[in-house]
Ligand binder design. Structure first.
Ligand code: SF4
Length: 143
């Protein structure tokens, strides 16, 4: 049987509140993760200032508003993971992709710079809540 890893925090909010600032404090906003990201070309941001975009990444990970280019970038993350290897702070414990994912979640939940309807986890979460709340009869009718 597969053994599950222990949860990193009791709730997602607790994890974001703890890990976001921790990872952001390791980030130097050098822009290397942005330069390595294949989505940058896809979303037309290759000419953007990577240092400014990643400074926005740090801000977002701590729950502060970020510039539009940062929002467009974190929104486009497809988890290629190329940023992880490109990050010069990886040996210090910085997982760049995790920082990007946390920043994206904060843009969804806290700064509301990404509309909730663009959250790929929104409908699965609604379904989970529905399964917890609805009767079997209602589930058969609605789900
Ligand atoms: S996450 Fe790493 S690569 Fe990206 S800006 Fe911060 S230090 Fe640089």
């Amino acid at each position: 049987m597969t053994k599950l890893q222990p949860a990193r925090a009791e709730t997602t909010e607790a994890f974001l509140a703890q890990a976001g600032p921790e990872l952001a404090s390791l980030c130097t906003a050098c822009g290397a993760c942005f330069e390595a990201c294949p989505m940058v070309d896809h979303i037309g941001l290759r000419a953007a200032d990577g240092k400014a975009v990643t400074d926005g990444l740090r801000r977002l990970a701590t729950g502060k508003m970020a510039p539009a280019d940062t929002i467009a970038w974190v929104k486009a993350c497809t988890r290629s993971g190329l940023c992880v290897a490109a990050c010069p702070q990886k040996d210090a414990g910085l997982n760049a992709m995790l920082l990007v994912r946390i920043a994206k979640q904060r843009a969804l939940n806290e700064t509301h710079q990404i509309p909730a309807k663009q959250d790929p986890t929104l409908f699965p979460r609604v379904k989970i809540f529905a399964r917890l709340q609805l009767s079997d009869e209602e589930l058969a009718k609605w789900m």
